[in-house]
Design a protein around this ligand. Structure first.
Ligand code: AMP
Ligand code: ZN
Length: 113
C-alpha cells in the first residue's frame, strides 16, 4: 500500500518511535498520546481494518495479542491497560491500516462511546 501512513512507518520512510518489531508486527508510540502510555501495534502486512481479518490472515491478529502483553509488561503497565481497535467511520478510524491501541499508565475513564 504505497499511500498508507502506517505502511510508510513500517518501511522506515516516515520516522516513528518504535517500541517493538518482529517479522509480522511493528509497534510504535502514538504521536498524539491519549494516556501516559499510548502505543500502536500493527501488522506489517497491510490490512484496512478489523473488517479485513479472515481465516487466511487471522494468525497475525493472534500474534499481535501475544505481543501486546509482552509490550505491556516491558512498559510497566502492571496496573492494567486497554486495547482498542477503531473500525470504520463511526468508530473514528483515521488511519486505514489495522492497528491496536495500547493505552495505560493511569486509571482510564470507562466511557466507551
Ligand atoms: P485511529 O483514530 O484509531 O485510526 O488511530 C490512528 C492513530 O494514529 C491516532 O491515535 C493518531 O494519533 C496516530 N497517528 C497518526 N499519525 C501518526 C504518526 N505519524 N506516528 C504515530 N502515530 C500517529
Ligand atoms: Zn498500510
Amino acid at each position: 500500500m504505497s499511500d498508507c501512513l502506517f505502511c510508510k512507518i513500517i518501511a522506515g520512510e516516515i520516522p516513528s518511535n518504535r517500541v517493538y518489531e518482529d517479522d509480522l508486527v511493528f509497534a510504535f508510540r502514538d504521536i498524539a498520546p491519549q494516556a501516559p502510555t499510548h502505543i500502536l501495534v500493527v501488522p506489517k502486512a497491510h490490512l484496512d481494518s478489523c473488517n479485513a481479518v479472515t481465516a487466511d490472515n487471522s494468525q497475525v491478529v493472534a500474534h499481535i495479542f501475544e505481543v501486546i502483553p509482552a509490550i505491556a509488561k516491558a512498559e510497566g503497565l502492571e496496573g492494567g491497560y486497554r486495547v482498542v481497535s477503531n473500525c470504520g467511520a463511526d468508530a473514528g478510524q483515521t488511519v486505514q491500516h489495522l492497528h491496536f491501541h495500547i493505552l495505560g499508565g493511569k486509571p482510564l475513564a470507562l466511557e466507551m462511546a
